[in-house]
Write a protein that binds this ligand. Structure first.
Ligand SMILES: NC(=O)c1ccc[n+]([C@@H]2O[C@H](COP(=O)([O-])OP(=O)(O)OC[C@H]3O[C@@H](n4cnc5c(N)ncnc54)[C@H](O)[C@@H]3O)[C@@H](O)[C@H]2O)c1
Length: 317
């Protein structure tokens, strides 16, 4: 993921990628060489570059220590999701960033991708009235190795994949998750049993004001990694597609139309780049709407509740 970020952001006129760091020397050198940046293998080495911000895309369990190292050195942070697998520690990181006066943005890239950004603009403009229901799907083609899926290191399906969807549910509706019910589906990749993860789950999120979101996550759709979002409001619906191209459709009594400006062949790349550009603007002191610690903390709390609910029934947050 770090390599994807580096390659995608490098051409941006708003961000100067000065260095690429990885504890794996060859990995750092390969990506840095591709984009004309300095390779680094230690954070001390990285600090010598005097970069204004770090984009942290290391394994999730390493995020808290690296975020703290950056903040202590006066460096702004754009951290991959989730910030921390521990809810209390995640909240503590937010307080520490505030005290340090540094930006701590979380990598919820969908918010910056044209199809989802267009959906949000439509909702805020009242195009479908009050949102009542959201359906969110993230279906991956194939599972990563069981060692990656291990809930202790990545958070497992409910957190590693789910946090994007839980964040969208709250971002689109303006309501917070109050109660969850969840179902793990029959295991497809048996090796996941060894680490205690699952490859398919369905969750119902009861939100404030009676709004309901349903989330379904899969690691075995086989065709391609896919994401779909549908929002039903009082006066119509919004459909966000990722494949075969990113686009947003608005469906109201006037008909169904593709929303101008929402279409992109690369909804992922466009989101990754716009996310980093929003970070650069925030670091420069602009008032930018970016996902902060609280969004990650709530999403991880929802993921934890889903893991518990799948085992023992509905859980209140
Ligand atoms: N937003 C998204 O859609 C998305 C997609 C994939 C991954 N991610 C996130 O990105 C992060 C990385 O995931 P990945 O799949 O790329 O993992 P990965 O294991 O494939 O790669 C991690 C890299 O970090 C390096 N590394 C490990 N510890 C390090 C340290 N202390 N300092 C510097 N480098 C270190 C490793 O050598 C490796 O090159 C995770 O937090 C994951 O949740 C987000």
């Amino acid at each position: 993921m770090g390599a994807v970020h580096a390659r995608t952001i490098a051409p941006s006129p708003l961000v100067d990628v000065v260095a690429v760091a990885d504890t794996d020397t060859a990995a750092a050198a390969a990506v840095a060489g591709e984009i004309g940046a300095s390779p680094c293998t230690t954070t001390d080495h990285l600090l010598e570059t005097e970069a204004d911000g770090w984009l942290i895309a290391t394994p999730t369990v390493t995020h808290p220590a690296l975020v703290r190292e950056a903040l202590a050195a006066g460096v702004h942070v754009l951290c991959e999701k989730p910030l921390s697998l521990d809810v209390a520690d995640s909240a503590a990181l937010g307080s520490e960033a505030l005290a340090a006066g540094k930006v701590l943005q979380v990598g919820f890239w969908r918010r910056f991708s044209p199809p989802w950004a267009a959906a949000k603009r439509l909702i805020d403009a009242g195009a479908i009235g009050r949102p009542l229901m959201v359906r969110l799907s993230q279906w991956d083609a194939d599972p990563p190795p069981a060692s990656f899926c291990d809930p202790k290191t990545s958070g497992g399906l409910a957190i590693d994949c789910g946090v994007h969807e839980f964040d969208l549910a709250e971002w689109f509706t303006g309501a917070t998750v109050k109660k969850v019910t969840a179902f793990n589906l029959p295991l497809v990749d048996e090796s996941l049993a060894d680490v205690g993860d699952v490859d398919n789950l369905v969750a119902v999120l009861e939100m404030g004001d009676g709004v309901v979101a349903t989330v379904d996550l899969s690691r075995n759709c086989r065709y391609e990694d896919d994401v779909r979002t549908e929002i039903l409001g009082e006066q119509g619906a919004i459909f966000v597609d990722f494949l075969p191209t990113g686009r947003t459709r608005l469906a109201t009594a006037a008909g169904v139309e593709v929303v101008p400006g929402s279409e992109t062949d690369d909804a992922f790349g466009a989101g990754i780049r716009a996310q980093a550009e929003a970070f650069a603007r925030a670091v420069a002191g602009e008032d930018v709407d970016i996902p902060l610690e609280a969004a990650s903390t709530r999403a991880v709390a929802t993921g934890r509740a889903i893991q518990q609910a799948a085992e023992s029934g509905p859980v209140d947050l």
